[in-house]
Design a protein around this ligand. Structure first.
Ligand code: ZN
Ligand code: CU
Length: 480
């Protein structure tokens, strides 16, 4: 095993990301990789972490993020590093920063969730990847190219299906993105700029995925009344392209659809027998995205997360804002736009059913640039470990860790990640299983989690003692 290590984590309770039972060990790291797991009593290292009484697991993989810009604008990645996250999957819901140059055009919603026009300045996906590689973040990234971004980049009329020429242009951009390192395409067929895209457009634009066995990830057209049709559309796209699909932030929304995860999950399980399907979810019964009046109609309560004309209302209940303005809800929304919101629109029983489904990964779907973000941005992973696993006993700790590590690495094709093996990358998290939990709340959403002791990315410590260390060892990961 050699003499010296760069880093030793001693006396840890190892939860290895495979669902195997926990065991006691020291873990030695050399360079970017785990060199030894076992007894290192007589060995020394430049840096040592005493993990007595603590869990050592693979670092968490955030299966669903909108961190495309955060990695450039706040590369210490505090909302994620503070939760034990070591890899983020970015470019979701059809929204990626590249390839798109907006120039003097405003960013159309929902692209404005991650940046204004000044951030859409990458003429190619390669240009974005190069900027990330030249200015690394504290987390690794696996990148999707967004179909809505491609539509805005290539199309004249977003409210219509793409013409054959526009589809060719988008297809070429997908090809370029995959060559530059993207692991797949995401769509956001739910959102206005992509709604008019028929299934056939998506299949045509995604053709280049087939040769590379790359992924198709989707914020489906409908997560309410027509959720089954949307699942079938997603599966069809996967079958026609011969590629695996990921159903993003799976949920059923709206009062009439309460309980319908009892229909969706068996359907997903059935189709998984014949095609590759993954899914993720965030552990809350409120969603968050751009504000629109139509979207408020399915929610029992709405909180405004940001507003360009009225930043002072960030964090407030829409009903209170309307009262303050002396107008009705619809008029208040019109005055607040462009804006974002949190919608309480799910049933806790559905959330628990989806989260505990054997094949569900954990993804935050956090929106890092909101003034008053949904607490999922800072709280998702510790909440699953603390509230749902330890508190409610929804599943054992080993399963909780698997849903945020090994399962996600397998689904996204991230080799030597997500498992704590000799030879794997040293992406690690040390946490206290007795205290780990979210600290963020809807009222105070910007709070580092409790119980996360140390976070290591590619062998370098990125988070320790409640703060970012300044290390930025993140890599852009390719699909393997
Ligand atoms: Zn989404
Ligand atoms: Cu999303």
């Amino acid at each position: 095993m050699g003499e010296r290590f760069d880093l030793i984590v001693r006396n840890a309770t190892v939860v290895d990301g495979t669902r195997a039972p926990r065991f006691q060990a020291d873990v030695g790291v050399r360079g970017e990789r785990i060199a030894f797991i076992g007894n290192l009593k007589n060995k020394q290292a430049t840096t040592e972490i005493d993990a007595t009484g603590k869990v050592l697991s693979p670092g968490f993989i955030d299966a669903h993020t909108h961190d495309d810009r955060l990695m450039l604008s706040a590369p210490e990645m505090a909302p994620k590093a503070s939760q034990g996250v070591t890899t983020v999957v970015a470019g979701n819901c059809g929204i990626s920063l590249a390839p798109l140059v907006l120039g003097s055009r405003a960013a159309p919603p929902p692209l404005d969730l991650i940046g204004d026009k000044s951030w859409y300045r990458f003429p190619s996906f390669k240009a974005y990847v190069e900027e990330l590689e030249n200015n690394p973040a504290a987390t690794n990234a696996a990148l999707l190219v967004g179909h809505t971004t491609l539509r805005v980049a290539t199309m004249k009329h977003l409210d219509a299906p793409a013409s054959p020429g526009e589809m060719d242009a988008m297809k070429n951009l997908v090809q370029e993105a995959l060559s530059a390192g993207a692991i797949g395409v995401s769509t956001g067929l739910y959102y206005e700029p992509a709604r008019a895209a028929p299934t056939e457009e998506v299949i045509e634009v995604c053709r280049p995925l087939t040769a590379r066995k790359a992924l198709y990830c989707t914020h489906m057209r409908d997560e309410g009344d027509h959720v089954i049709d949307s699942l079938e559309e997603t599966f069809r796209i996967g079958r026609e392209l011969g590629v695996p699909v990921v159903v993003s932030h799976h949920k059923v929304v709206g009062l009439p659809n309460r309980g319908r995860s009892q229909e969706t999950l068996p359907l997903i399980a059935e189709r998984m027998k014949t095609q590759g399907i993954g899914l993720d979810c965030y552990p809350y019964c409120a969603s968050s995205t751009i504000l629109s009046w139509e979207r408020t109609l399915i929610a029992s309560k709405v909180l405004v997360t940001w507003s360009t004309p009225h930043p002072e209302f960030g964090g407030m209940d829409l009903a209170d804002i309307a009262a303050k303005m002396g107008v009705d809800g619809k008029q208040a929304v019109a005055r607040l736009l462009p804006a974002g919101a949190i919608y309480f629109s799910m049933d806790e029983a559905d959330v628990q059913r989806v989260l505990s489904f054997e094949h569900t990964m954990v993804g935050s779907d956090g929106l890092p640039h909101d003034a008053a973000p949904h607490p999922r941005l800072w709280g998702t992973f510790p909440r699953v470990l603390g509230h749902y696993s330890r508190g409610l006993g929804l599943f054992p700790l080993e399963t909780a860790v698997y849903k945020m590590t090994g399962l996600s690495a397998k689904t996204f094709g991230l080799k030597d990640r997500g498992v704590l093996n000799e030879g794997a990358y040293a992406d690690l998290c040390v946490f206290d299983a007795a205290t780990v939990d979210e600290a963020a709340t809807f009222a105070r959403p910007i709070q580092p989690a409790k119980g996360i002791e140390a976070v290591i990315v590619n062998g370098a410590i990125t988070w320790r003692d409640g703060k970012a260390t300044g290390a930025r060892p993140g890599q852009v990961l390719r699909r393997q």
